[in-house]
Ligand binder design. Structure first.
Ligand SMILES: Cc1cc2nc3c(=O)[nH]c(=O)nc-3n(C[C@H](O)[C@H](O)[C@H](O)COP(=O)(O)OP(=O)(O)OC[C@H]3O[C@@H](n4cnc5c(N)ncnc54)[C@H](O)[C@@H]3O)c2cc1C
Ligand code: SF4
Length: 378
């Protein structure tokens, strides 16, 4: 994997791929294909929110971790639980690169402190599966944390490669609205007032509170900040790759556990981004995911409270509508003869019906306009 000139993370072709491997990639790669397998689903399938065993709000009982994390530290609390009990030997996750405070890197975590330092959202490309072949051959069992598409890819690999279920007992994801390129990070830093990225000693996109601030600390001690609503809503989300615009699973349907921001809402039902004590939506999608959350609660690592399924849509209004936009956008791709990924068993048609004719047409025409203008190739 390498960073492309446009600032995305892309596989590099280093040799001819034999036909049987090309077939495997086509079956497993989430860029080509995402589908549930009837045998994989252990819970009732909610058309909008996917398979659901347990629905909760939660946060880390460890106040430092809760503050350092992205929302409530739900994911990190569960990872810390897994490492503390020895249920896994290590965790594969994404953290700040040791080479640059504004780049991401795959991180192998073996204890609570590693998990603590990797907590928080990094709104830039990541490739936590980049050495998966080597990892599946190596000793030890690990928990995997990634974007929903990373987890879908690993789950689909498990259908063909028995090492996955032997070596990866837990797969965790966060809800994902899309990955901005590193150009997004540069645009953000510029808007924050940082003139030279080489001067940055430390950088975070959010966290240290909920949602916290994008914060850059320079080597000379100066500090630059920007609030979450502006950094994500006005800058970073303008740098998303096209694949994220047709993503049928931003909600981690293939994970054992998925966490998301449990935003408080105003009287009109709109999420509010003023600073609060963090809280995560914690959804379990498999029986072992549910058992793990119960263990983390019993061990005093995770605090939870009940949440109704209907409340998820209020806290995550974009994700609630998003699956509905996929078929209209794929139709726009078909109209200009663009190759499309294959998505199945994700209730996309039902979500498009829920979205309604007007919004669906708007999605189709907007995508068509962008494609005809030559966009959507990133
Ligand atoms: C690109 C991106 C888009 C997101 N979109 C949404 C959204 O639409 N709705 C929503 O509610 N939440 C979204 N989030 C996630 C959200 O910000 C929180 O991560 C989520 O609420 C879980 O919080 P937590 O406190 O439990 O996580 P933490 O305990 O802070 O753990 C976060 C975990 O995510 C991993 N991680 C961080 N950045 C990346 C990355 N780039 N790639 C892979 N792994 C990473 C870390 O290694 C860590 O394990 C997004 C995050 C990212 C990185
Ligand atoms: S939006 Fe979908 S395709 Fe894009 S990074 Fe997130 S999970 Fe992957």
């Amino acid at each position: 994997m390498r960073d492309s000139p446009a600032g995305y993370r892309r596989p590099e072709v280093i040799a001819q791929v034999p036909a049987h491997q090309a077939q495997m990639i086509d079956a497993v790669c989430p860029g080509a294909n995402i589908r549930h397998s009837a045998g994989d689903l252990e819970a009732e399938y909610h058309p909008v929110w996917g398979p659901l065993v347990g629905v909760r709000l939660g946060w880390s009982k460890d106040d430092e971790l809760r503050r350092n994390a992205s929302s409530g530290g739900g994911l990190s609390a569960i990872l810390a639980q897994l490492l503390t009990t020895g249920a896994v030997d290590y965790v594969v996750q994404t953290s700040v690169s040791p080479e640059s405070p504004v780049r991401n890197a795959l991180k192998i975590s073996t204890g609570r402190d590693d998990v603590f330092h990797s907590a928080g959202s990094r709104y830039a490309p990541s490739s936590p599966l980049e050495d998966i072949g080597k990892r599946l051959d190596a000793d030890g069992r690990f928990a995997f944390v990634g974007k929903p598409c990373d987890v879908a890819g690993l789950r689909q690999l498990a259908r063909h490669d028995p090492r996955v279920n032997e070596k990866v007992p837990y797969m965790l994801a966060f809800m994902c609205a899309g990955v901005p390129s590193y150009r997004g990070t540069s645009a953000l830093l510029k808007e924050m007032g940082v003139t030279d990225e080489a001067d940055i000693a430390a950088f975070r996109y959010r966290g240290d509170g909920w949602p916290g601030f994008a914060t850059a600390e320079l080597s000379d001690g100066r500090r630059f900040q920007m609030d979450y609503d502006t950094s994500w809503g006005s800058i970073l989300n303008r740098h998303l790759q096209f694949r994220c615009k047709i993503c049928p699973d931003g909600i981690g349907e293939f994970a054992d556990i998925v966490c998301a921001d449990g935003w408080h809402c105003d009287d009109n039902g709109n999420p509010m981004f003023d600073e609060q004590d963090g809280r995560s939506i914690v959804l379990t999608r498999t029986r072992k995911g549910e058992e793990l959350v119960m263990e983390a609660i019993d061990a005093g690592m995770l605090v939870t409270q009940p949440l109704s399924i209907d409340a998820i849509a209020q806290m995550q209004p974009f994700q609630a509508r998003r699956k509905g936009m996929v078929l209209p956008r794929l139709a726009a791709m078909a109209a200009v003869r663009r190759k499309r990924p294959r998505f199945a068993d994700l209730a996309l048609a039902e979500n498009t019906r829920r979205l309604g004719l007007k919004e669906s047409l708007r999605s189709l025409l907007g995508t068509l306009r962008r494609l005809l203008a030559g966009q959507g190739t990133e």
